[in-house]
Design a protein around this ligand. Sequence first.
Ligand code: AMP
Ligand code: MG
Length: 342
Amino acid sequence: MNTRVFKILSEDDERQLSEVASILRSGGLVGIPTETVYGLAANALDGTAVKRIFEVKGRPQDNPLIVHISRFEELAPLVDVVPEKAARLADAFWPGPLTMVMKRSDAVPDEVSCGLPTVAVRMPSHKIANAIIKAAGLPLAAPSANTSGKPSPTCAAHVLHDMNGKIEGVVDGGNCEVGIESTVITLCTKTPTLLRPGAVTLRQLADTIGDVEVHRSVFSDFTETARPASPGMKYRHYSPKAEVVVVDGALGSFIEYVNKQSAGSAVLCFEGEESSFPDAVVFSFGAKEDSRAQAQRLYSALRKADELKIKRIFARLPDTDGMGTAVCNRLLRAAAFKVVKL
Ligand code: AMP
Ligand code: MG
């Protein structure tokens, strides 16, 4: 299959938008930019199209997809009822990097929800994503556009690396602003529960709707055989081929620890620390206190390390405040929860 590349930089590019929309309406798959990561989109109401997403990604059959909408009115037909807290959260954070899990309606095919009685919905703020949903006139099911298990794509080249020849098209909309996947909250538990941290923080959620619990999978290895609340959290995720070792310790001890064994390895450090690792390939992660920059650069650094065939990446443990929770969560998963404490 020839994967067409559409470079769409403005939501006024009606000609290309309508070509992309027609691929989606006829059951095709298109990699699309969003503010979080690139998504692999298909018509969410077409079970056959959605099934192909699982095939091309190699995604486990029990890991449901997020449905993307462009207007709040498109939520009601997908859910049983719109919970009052969903309306408040949408008011505060939509369009934006927040996914809400609610009881689903019969309009949502089993292929999207993987047989769960719930559906995850998000309204992206990326202008091109929004314009594509509008042009298609459909809700779009879209997981991240990577091969399952690999770091999510944050630019069109990453999508092409994993999906070239397997899908109908990729829309190049530049680099993703957030760089990691959306925050996921379920409104189906007695107290709403954070299932996956992201750019919308726990504090922001709690300020909007009151008590929010944090699912234990956020910071721990969660490999129960019983169906977890967010099935995606039980898989090793976001991981490059290289082994990732997260190191928890002061800068001085990190430098000493890494430089003893860094030949042929890479280091993921904070800005300003780059010159301390003469034998390693060095990726800077953003300033220590800048978790937004760290999120933006994390996946491209992990992918670059694979391109360079690096065997091991030593990473500084990021601060866990605010959005740092999300950066830490992704990095720990990439490391399969391997942390060296100095
Ligand atoms: P991805 O789109 O690849 O970032 O993955 C979507 C995330 O949302 C995964 O962690 C899923 O397990 C989670 N998710 C999607 N639908 C549901 C649902 N109905 N209930 C709970 N979690 C969900
Ligand atoms: Mg994913």
